[in-house]
Design a binder for this molecule. Structure first.
Ligand SMILES: [Zn+2]
Length: 96
């Protein structure tokens, strides 16, 4: 029989963790066009293929601004906040 107050508390811990994970990837500032797949700078490029990854470049595949950067400290804190309670739930409710 699960203790709902505990589960609520876990959810309360996990939701900011999920938010941190979701916002870990930051889109940079700038106006240069970049390949959506690999982040290659496409400034001055006229061909319809990305020279780096070979992706066909229609308007949807071209990203304005510098490639997004990963904020790893944010990612790991978020991962910890999600995984530790999840592991606790598994240990507590499923392995006894
Ligand atoms: Zn590319």
């Amino acid at each position: 029989m699960p203790d709902y107050a505990q589960l609520l508390l876990l959810l309360f811990i996990m939701s900011p963790g999920g938010w941190l994970l979701f916002t870990a990837r930051k889109r940079g500032e700038g106006d240069d066009p970049h390949c959506l797949m690999c982040g290659y700078n496409l400034t001055g490029l006229s061909s319809e293929r990305c020279p780096e990854c070979g992706e066909t470049l229609d308007a949807d595949m071209i990203l304005k601004g510098s490639p997004s950067e990963m904020r790893w400290n944010r990612f790991w804190i978020g991962a910890l906040l999600v995984l530790v309670p999840a592991a606790w739930v598994v240990l507590h409710y499923f392995l006894n």
